[in-house]
Design a protein around this ligand. Structure first.
Ligand SMILES: [Ca+2]
Length: 273
């Protein structure tokens, strides 16, 4: 059965509701903080040279909900917020909720065999739809769930198979690319077939927003998308007992703190017809 609203129209309605209901939906984001984030988001949109109006995005085949997966996470105001456990996982991933400060139904941790140099095992895919092209920063909220050494059990694999660019970047502007991506330079340590090893630093066991790649030379994680549409995040198993609570993409013009505050209050998921 067809409905009167396609997915894009529904997203607009949801986004409008977020604006109207900001006092109740964005529980931990003040109006000033959200306004600032919105203003920055608009600037970023202009910086990206996006002269495409939203009407053009409506008719793009790339906007279709991926029927092979059955759902898509939606960007709002330059932010894609995902509860990591809100997906179907292959054997080896275990849902945990042990009183830690996590959101949604808790977090997932890998309890299968380690895959230290073998990305693509225990893979889970997160389709997401963006209406604002540009470069997005990637973060996840994770913790190591065994022992007290923060350099163990602290990483998993990440790939953006259909992004226009996928790279690590340091504060000084230097950039690295995954091995086998056809681009150089590449990170220190494990990487292959377009996958980055993404690790968390520190010996504190709390779940925290942080994602880095390249051993002993931490680079932040970015992906670029030249047009609006549906793209995919792929995450696969590496270290045992790496627990992941949430995923976050935000346009690079937004501040990390603003994006995290906004993302902590929503996760937009649309089921395909
Ligand atoms: Ca969660």
């Amino acid at each position: 059965m067809r409905t009167h609203f396609n997915c894009t129209t529904l997203l607009r309605i949801i986004t409008l509701c977020l604006f109207v209901g900001s006092g109740t939906v964005f529980l931990s984001c003040s109006e000033d903080e959200f306004s600032e984030a919105m203003a920055t988001s608009g600037e970023e949109d202009n910086d990206a040279g996006n002269s495409e109006d939203e009407g053009n995005a409506d008719s793009s085949p790339a906007n279709e909900c991926p029927g092979d997966i059955g759902f898509v996470f939606e960007e709002a105001n330059g932010i894609v917020s995902i509860e990591f456990e809100d997906n179907d996982f292959p054997q080896g991933w275990v849902l945990k909720n042990d009183g830690e400060a996590t959101s949604g139904d808790g977090y997932m941790q890998w309890e299968g065999d380690p895959k230290m140099n073998a990305p693509g095992n225990g893979t889970v895919v997160f389709p997401f739809r963006i209406t604002q092209p540009g470069t997005y920063r990637f973060l996840w909220k994770s913790s190591f769930r065994a022992g007290n050494d923060g350099t163990e059990h602290n990483d998993s694999w990440l790939r953006f198979p259909d992004a226009d660019d996928f790279f690590g970047r340091k504060g000084d502007g230097s950039v690295i690319y995954p091995k086998d991506s056809g681009k150089t330079p590449n990170p220190n340590g494990s990487s292959s077939d377009g996958w980055f090893k993404i690790y968390r630093s520190g010996n504190d066991t709390t779940f925290k927003w942080q994602a880095s790649t390249s051993d002993h030379d931490a680079h932040d994680i970015y992906a670029s998308f030249s047009s609006s549409g549906v793209y995919r995040i792929e995450i696969s198993a590496r270290s045992t007992f790496h627990g992941i609570d949430r995923l976050l993409l935000f346009q690079e013009g937004l501040s990390q703190n603003d994006a995290i505050q906004a993302a902590d209050t929503f996760s937009l998921k649309t089921n395909c017809d």
